[in-house]
Design a protein around this ligand. Structure first.
Ligand code: AHR
Length: 523
């Protein structure tokens, strides 16, 4: 073919392609295959002694002018209760492996101080300790998750912590608890055996950590009827060797010893470009948007690969995956303490949380728990506080929207969709999960990752009967819109009605850069 003819052909094809319909986005629900309960614990949170998470964000002290109940902020507790908080992990993080719990009990003026070496070298006065944390959990109506100190503590110290909290017997530890004003044991089920022991938790090899973990786990006792769920330190991101080693060593133990490890943690933070270029939380380009979303979508691959290793050594699924640190990690806000990890939270954070929560729902058969980092004023927070003011972030609104999935039965979904492309790279433009609640209502949560284009989605519900549909959406004009102190929220939940139902199909027009929740009720 002559060159001129070839060029003509290419131009004609390109012109014609413009009039072809874009690849359809099709979501197919399989309600007949619904069997896995989505544990409410996939919607868990994390509060560390870091920056203004605990102090100011949660704890203001009994004498504060900010309304509080026994020193704990009322506004924050009410907002979190409304959002639906199933559990709270504490006291760290890296802080956990330097924390000595006995310094945080008894009269406040007698509690020793310590230096928080991980986070800004500030003086920790231990005014928020075990009793205050467990009071917080009771006010929130959530389950506590406590991480023990394996890095710089002792087996005896951790063993006594469990005894102080969980035993109803007569003993020096339970006397100590009673003297602090708490008669009855709290019965805390979830215990982390150290944190990031491959790094800030002690720079250990997996072999060394495994032996330590078994020792610590062994002496964290099941008092009375309280059976502990012990979470071992798992891999950082794609450290498959860590998972392989821990699981191989675990598989060689007797059935009886294997009960000492019920969960294996995974930590994965979403970075904009990498640790050297985390980028601003609020000032970013479409390229940054794309790369953040591409990086967050990697959670699915990480979960699949770690689970494949776990399943090889644990075909009976006795050990669950616990994604106990996840979320966006950007540069701190200009002018704030670099050790405090304070970042704003935009529509991009809403999209990231929607994608991760959908991914956890879709892996509900093997994920036992997940905890976003962190609850207030640190990293990808639900809430930001400034003195008596409080801001609910876009991430908060996604968690609140998705609470319908907690305890519901997961409905498997099959998705084919067009790609969202930037600079020759592509990611799926639509991300979905679905569930059926106890009353029979179906909830479908969808994310449109594309910041520029509306996305028409056809949903095959797999139902024969007629239905009624309602919807909610979180979106905004700009990718980097956020909610700020003293202003009405910009990124929040509003009613959504861009859908039509007919012949078992729901045709939805997803606004660009949005998170949508549809509620389907059979008539
Ligand atoms: O969430 C902040 C820190 O990130 C935690 O303390 C640590 O576990 C992780 O490296």
């Amino acid at each position: 073919m002559k060159n001129s003819k070839r060029i003509f052909l290419i131009i004609s094809l390109l012109t014609f392609a413009k009039f072809l319909p874009a690849q359809n986005n099709i979501v197919t629900l399989q309600p007949g295959k619904a069997q896995t309960i989505i544990s409410k614990h996939l919607y868990g949170h994390f509060a560390e002694h870091l920056g203004h998470c605990i102090y100011e964000g949660i704890w203001v002290g009994e004498n504060s002018a900010i309304p509080n109940v026994r020193g704990i902020r009322t506004d924050v507790v009410n907002a979190l209760r409304e959002m639906g908080i199933p559990n709270l992990r504490w006291p760290g993080g890296c802080f956990a492996d330097e924390y000595h719990w006995k310094n945080g009990i008894g009269p406040k003026d007698k509690r020793p101080t310590m230096i928080n070496t991980n986070w800004g070298e500030v003086t920790e006065d231990n005014s928020f300790g075990t009793n205050e944390f467990l009071d917080l959990c009771e006010q929130l109506g959530c389950e506590p998750v406590i991480t023990g100190n394996v890095g710089s503590g002792t087996v005896e110290e951790m063993s006594q912590w469990v005894e102080y909290i969980n035993s109803d017997n007569i003993s020096p530890m339970t006397d100590l608890r009673k003297a602090s004003g708490r008669e009855k044991a709290w019965k805390v089920k979830f215990w982390g055996i150290g944190n990031e022991s491959w790094g800030c938790g002690g720079a250990m090899s997996p072999e060394f950590y495994f032996d330590q973990m078994m020792r610590y786990s062994n002496f964290t006792r099941d008092y009375g009827d309280s059976k502990l769920f012990r979470v071992a330190v798992g891999p950082n991101v794609d450290d498959y060797n860590w998972t392989e080693t821990i699981m191989r060593l675990w598989s060689k133990k007797s059935w009886w010893e294997q009960r000492l490890m019920n969960g294996l943690s995974l930590h994965y933070y979403t970075l904009c470009h990498g640790w050297g270029d985390k980028g601003s939380a609020t000032v970013f380009t479409e390229k940054d948007w794309f790369s953040t979303l591409k990086n967050t979508c990697r959670i699915d691959e990480l979960i699949n690969k770690h689970l494949a290793i776990m399943d090889k050594y644990d075909p009976e699924h006795r050990v669950g995956l616990v994604v106990d640190e996840w979320g966006n990690w950007f540069d701190v806000e200009p002018g704030t303490n670099p050790g405090f990890l304070f970042q704003q939270n935009t529509l991009r954070d809403a999209i990231v949380s929607g994608i991760n929560l959908n991914t956890f729902n879709n892996h509900a058969d093997r994920i036992a728990m997940a905890n976003i980092a962190q609850m207030v004023n640190v990293l990808q927070s639900m809430i930001l506080t400034k003195k008596e003011q409080m801001v609910l972030t876009p991430t908060y609104y996604v968690f609140k929207m998705y609470k319908v999935h907690q305890g519901a039965t997961q409905i498997p979904v099959a998705v084919t969709c067009r790609d969202y492309k930037v600079d020759g790279e592509s990611i799926p433009s639509i991300n979905v999960s679905a569930s059926k609640d106890a009353s029979g209502k179906i909830h479908i949560t969808l994310v449109n990752l594309d910041p520029n284009t509306e996305n028409p989605v056809t949903i095959n519900l797999g139902l024969n009967q007629n239905v009624s549909v309602t919807g909610e959406v979180i979106t905004s004009k700009n990718m980097n819109d956020y909610n700020d102190f003293g202003k009405a929220p910009v990124v929040t939940t509003v009613k959504f009605d861009k859908f039509k139902f007919g012949n078992g199909q729901l045709n939805v027009t997803m606004p660009s850069k949005s998170v949508v929740c549809l509620e389907i009720t059979s008539k």
